[in-house]
Design a protein around this ligand. Structure first.
Ligand SMILES: Cc1cc2nc3c(=O)[nH]c(=O)nc-3n(C[C@H](O)[C@H](O)[C@H](O)COP(=O)(O)OP(=O)(O)OC[C@H]3O[C@@H](n4cnc5c(N)ncnc54)[C@H](O)[C@@H]3O)c2cc1C
Length: 281
């Protein structure tokens, strides 16, 4: 892609207005690290978002609001009561990329290896957008297809709301890579809600080894209202991933991806259970 001009807005509304005015030529630029992967030869007008704010994490009591321009490094370094999202931020790419890449950039154009969509699906997050007015889209709708298509009309992502995990809820994230700085080959996120020794409900999502991040509904069904035991997890992780069309990347075969999926699901569930039972902050 070729950048033929740059227009730097001072507010989210100005960014949106310019994007609408420029139409197909408009390109929001957050960290700019994704441009490397956009091979479309079109000439674009860059709209850098570095002066419009939208940076930082705040807790409203019910949810954590993460500004769209928050770098992944800030997500990784943030700590608060029953906050779990830093576990995902920490595993994303390298220090250099995390310092520049933003939460919004990771989820506005979803590449197969992107970590955040998988975690946000499991955590039941909501995306806060600016169209004609502000509006909110639950993760299940937002990630039902490539968000860049939804945002092609110039709508701007303002923030992500991640619900605070209640007591007896836990979150676990698992990522497989060839080396620490490598692209994701398999990502799985799990959120469990316990009721005593039973699992009341579960949200489990996967990515990287799928064409697009998605919830693993069969795994979730095998966990709901079951005892939170190793046997339940083993069954959900093996039977629940069987019908999914796993896709191997780099030197992984599809069959190996399917094998790795069962292990990753099991690990993410174990982590979520440990979080739910042992972590009291
Ligand atoms: C070598 C390398 C390895 C990587 N490995 C991983 C990995 O393993 N896991 C992972 O998750 N990520 C990884 N990344 C990062 C990922 O590929 C993207 O580059 C990154 O998430 C983009 O974030 P950004 O802030 O730089 O967005 P940008 O590149 O600035 O923007 C990306 C897209 O989102 C749009 N956009 C940005 N912000 C908004 C907004 N607020 N509203 C509307 N549209 C917006 C832009 O117009 C653009 O289309 C890697 C990157 C590199 C270079």
């Amino acid at each position: 892609m070729k950048i033929k001009a740059v227009r730097r807005p001072e507010t989210p509304e100005q960014a949106r207005d310019w994007a609408r005015e420029l139409g197909e030529q408009a390109l929001y630029v957050a960290g700019g690290t994704g441009l490397h992967f956009m091979t479309d030869p079109a000439e674009m007008v860059a709209i850098p978002l570095d002066r419009i704010g939208l940076r930082g994490v705040e807790c409203s009591g019910r949810h954590y609001r993460i500004g769209a321009l928050t770098p992944l490094a800030d997500v990784m370094n943030y700590r608060a009561e029953r906050w779990a999202f830093h576990e995902t931020g920490r595993r994303t790419a390298t220090h250099q990329i995390r310092n520049i890449s933003t939460v919004g950039g990771n989820i506005c154009r979803v590449f197969p290896w992107c970590d955040l969509p998988v975690a946000l699906l499991a955590l039941e997050a909501t995306m806060v957008l600016l169209g004609d007015d502000g509006y909110a889209v639950p993760a299940d709708d937002y990630f039902a297809s490539q968000p860049a298509r939804r945002l092609a009309n110039g709508d701007l992502l303002l923030a992500v709301d991640v619900p605070v995990l209640e007591a007896h809820m836990g979150f676990g994230y698992r990522k497989e890579v060839i080396c620490h700085s490598g692209f994701s080959l398999m990502t799985v996120a799990a959120r469990l809600r316990l009721e005593g020794d039973r699992i009341r409900d579960a949200r489990v999502a996967a990515g990287a080894a799928l064409p697009f991040p998605a919830r693993l509904k069969q795994v979730e069904a095998l966990l709901a209202d079951q005892p939170a035991t190793p046997d339940t997890f083993a069954r959900a992780a093996t039977e629940g991933v069987r019908e999914v069309a796993w896709k191997g990347r780099e030197d992984w075969s599809d069959a190996y991806a399917a094998h790795a999926a069962a292990i990753a699901v099991r690990d993410a569930l174990d982590r979520a259970l440990t979080f739910a039972r042992r972590r009291d902050w």
